[in-house]
Design a protein around this ligand. Structure first.
Ligand code: C2E
Ligand code: MG
Ligand code: MG
Length: 601
């Protein structure tokens, strides 16, 4: 504002306050200061000021700009300027401090004179030490002994407050580790972007990014290292995103890119791919070099969801599906992506802890020959003794473990402990039993899985022929080439392989004949109601015939009644497992169960 300034006379003893940028008269309030924009100085300013100084009767003079807006106030004792910045005006011209003091303005109290380079906190300290009176009367700012302006204490307070508010705002909206917007600011921008998209008809995309195995990095190298890795991840992501995008850290190792004005899904996919690839470059942190990969999931507004918060959940779900397919990759949300609800998230945290704290335990369910009732093996089934929730069933936590990748350490724990329970040295009575262990697809796909199995067997000198791994049909159909190689490696160890829940997946019969499989486990849904459902009877008959033609062994799961058992026998199914024979039980009870069956009584 280049408005011309003028001093106007004020009737004696009149009090003023300034509100909303305008001078107001008030009988009791002496001055209420507000910050106003800085203004230039008019030529006649000094002359008027001179007149005021000579006229002892005039109490005060407001200084107003050409729009009659007050920018300063001169009174008998104090000169007060209103600034948006205290250092920016020159009402007195570039006079020297000494000349000003000669002006008799400051006869009663020695003013505080501070150098322009002093920051507001320093000035505040100076004022506090001087006894605070200058909070009301103001202090002089100078540059190399020359007057620059008078700052009022209350202006200073405002500046400090604004400064602190800015700091507070920063802390509330930005992540201190990476400097990226945090969840609060991100949520705000997402909501705003969605509103804007509603108006413009454009789309908004979210890329949900999670660092793979970050916990392992933190545990192995320490938290400082983990922090440095997160900063590097943040840096790489930020560099790839456009200026208009918001890159935020949601917490932990989770990041998100908010893309506004999305023209096509290809742009979203391309950015996601670039982010995944950019992370594959080795990271150099605190003297170490390592490769840190990320998993990315995307969701698009309003196509995938027309509300911001579920949209984030969907991008998160897509990210988990990227993790489930082996990490270091990108997945889009689609209607068949499993949604990862907050309850699962809680469960995931608890489960992570459970694996470390040994809260997991194993139960074993006998498998018997239907004709003789002879025990022929046990299936290992994991249980979780949750400190508050009690015994959590695998149906609840295995999907969470699979989606979060925790199934890998969990499955490793199960295999190692199952073998430990049944190794000859520990339990001679159970040493001849065949032990089945369920293996999840992600666990199976670990590059070192066959080697891990070999090492587990070697650790406790477990006969590989007695171990059977239960795999799912969907795993076998996923990546036939890769799966075949792993199956062959495991087979070479001497370990047996079974297809679990057979009949529920979509096995291709031609592949089935080529896989080195030993056994099919008929899913319990076909056993259920087999007496009353002719279609179930036909399916079981077909599976038994198929197994026979491929020379595969067969076990029926979930046999609960004598009728079911009899019918299965009629259908030529030789082995079974189910509550009719025994429920899954801890290893200690299994010995008693076997002993009770063997006793003549
Ligand atoms: P699954 O491998 O098909 O295991 C059989 C499930 O059927 C077990 O449930 C068992 O308790 C239950 N069951 C056995 N007989 C009967 C019966 O007569 N009637 C009924 N209604 N149910 C019967 P559980 O222990 O709850 O395990 C559920 C699933 O969780 C397992 O299905 C398996 O897919 C998974 N799971 C369990 N332990 C592990 C593990 O260590 N690793 C992996 N990856 N998955 C596991
Ligand atoms: Mg099983
Ligand atoms: Mg099963």
């Amino acid at each position: 504002m280049n408005a011309k300034l003028s001093l106007i006379e004020l009737p004696q003893q009149q009090f003023l306050f300034i509100d909303d940028g305008r001078l107001q008269e008030a009988p009791t309030v002496r001055l209420l200061l507000r910050l106003l924009p800085p203004a230039g100085v008019g030529d006649d300013c000094n002359a008027l000021l001179g007149r005021f100084l000579e006229d002892a009767e005039t109490y005060a003079l407001p200084v107003v700009d050409a729009d009659q807006r007050p920018v300063a106030l001169v009174d008998r004792k104090n000169f007060v300027e209103f600034f948006s910045k205290p250092y920016c005006r020159e009402l007195f011209g570039r006079r020297r401090i000494r000349d000003l003091l000669d002006h008799h303005l400051f006869q009663d109290e020695a003013p505080i004179i501070v150098e322009e380079s002093c920051n507001v906190e320093d000035v505040a300290n100076i004022i506090i030490h001087a006894g605070m009176q200058h909070m009301a009367t103001g202090f002089i700012i100078c540059r190399a002994g020359h007057y620059l302006g008078i700052a009022n204490g209350r202006d200073l307070l405002n500046v400090i407050t604004q400064h602190n508010q800015a700091k507070l705002y920063y802390h509330a909206h930005y992540d201190s580790l990476t400097g990226l917007p945090n969840r609060v600011l991100f949520s705000d921008r997402l909501a705003q972007a969605c509103r804007e998209a509603d108006r413009s008809g454009r789309r908004v995309a979210l890329l949900f990014i999670d660092v793979d195995r970050f916990k392992g990095i933190n545990d192995s190298f320490g938290h400082n290292f983990g922090d440095a890795v997160l900063r590097e991840v943040a840096h790489r992501i930020k560099q790839l995103s456009r200026c208009a995008d918001t890159t935020a850290r949601l917490g932990g190792d989770e990041f998100v890119i908010l893309m506004e004005d999305v023209e096509s899904e290809e742009h979203v996919d391309a950015l996601a791919q670039r982010v995944v690839i950019a992370m594959q470059e080795p990271v150099e942190v605190l003297g170490h070099t390592l490769v840190v990969t990320i998993s990315v999931g995307s969701a698009i507004y309003p196509t995938d969801d027309a509300a911001p918060s579920p949209l984030l959940a969907k991008a998160d779900a897509a990210m988990y599906s990227a993790k489930a397919t082996g990490r270091n990759t990108f997945r889009k949300y689609s209607s068949d992506t499993a949604i990862y609800d907050p309850e699962s998230k809680l469960l995931e945290n608890d489960l992570r802890r459970a694996i470390e704290n040994d809260e997991l335990t194993l139960h074993f369910q006998p498998q018997v020959e239907l004709a003789s009732g002879r025990l022929c093996g046990v299936e290992t089934l994991v249980r979780w003794r949750h400190p508050e929730r009690g015994l959590v069933s695998p149906g609840q936590f295995i999907p969470v473990a699979e989606q979060s990748g925790l199934i890998v350490p969990l499955g490793a724990w199960v295999l190692r402990n199952a073998l430990g329970h049944f190794c000859t040295c520990q339990n001679p009575g159970l040493s001849a039993l065949r032990v089945s262990v369920n293996i999840s697809p992600l666990q199976f796909q670990q590059p070192d899985f066959p080697e891990f199995v070999r090492a587990c067997l070697a650790e406790v000198c477990f006969d590989p022929q007695r171990l059977e791994l239960e795999l799912t049909e969907t795993l076998l159909m996923r990546d036939v080439r890769g799966v075949m190689d792993t199956l062959m490696e495991i087979r070479r160890l001497g370990v047996k392989l079974a297809i679990d829940d057979f009949g529920t997946g979509f096995s291709s019969l031609s592949y089935l004949s080529r896989f080195p499989i030993d056994r099919l486990k008929i899913d319990q849904s076909f056993v259920r109601d087999i007496r009353h459902s002719s279609s179930n009877t036909s399916i079981v008959r077909a599976i038994v015939a198929l197994a026979r033609s491929l020379s595969l062994d067969i076990v029926a799961e979930g046999i609960e009644t004598v009728e079911e058992k009899s019918l299965l026998e009629e259908l030529d199914c030789s082995k079974g497992q189910g509550f009719l024979f025994a429920r899954p039980m801890p290893a200690e009870q299994l010995g008693d169960w076997i002993a009770a069956r063997q006793s003549p009584a």
